[in-house]
Design a protein around this ligand. Sequence first.
Ligand SMILES: [Zn+2]
Length: 132
Amino acid sequence: MKLYSATASFKHKRKNSTFVPQYEERTVIVKAKSIALAEKLILKEFKCYSTDGTVFLDDFEIQEVDGCLKDGVLEVASFSRVSKLSKNKYLELYRTDLRPKDCKLRNWKHAWYQKDKETKACYNCEKTKKKP
Ligand SMILES: [Zn+2]
């Protein structure tokens, strides 16, 4: 048995008109005898995950998880993007702008959900609000 990881792209949509569609890169790990069996299990899981407005975009990449827990750490997925961007521009484009600080910056409306007992959070941005 070997370990395989797979990262796939999903799109989240809601009927709520204030919800801004979201793209998700999601990684799972599976134990299987071959990459073909791993793919079968992984696609089944992606199908199960695709409910309530979540759509699997038929884009995925499977990798054999190589190595062992070295110093307690195991790499399960990695992607390299070839780019001549500076490190700051790269981070700005691909990492720090995953979700805006506030919907107001994009002229969006907040799409609140109950995060925990006392806190509401917005699906679209980083804003939260506490129960008064
Ligand atoms: Zn918001």
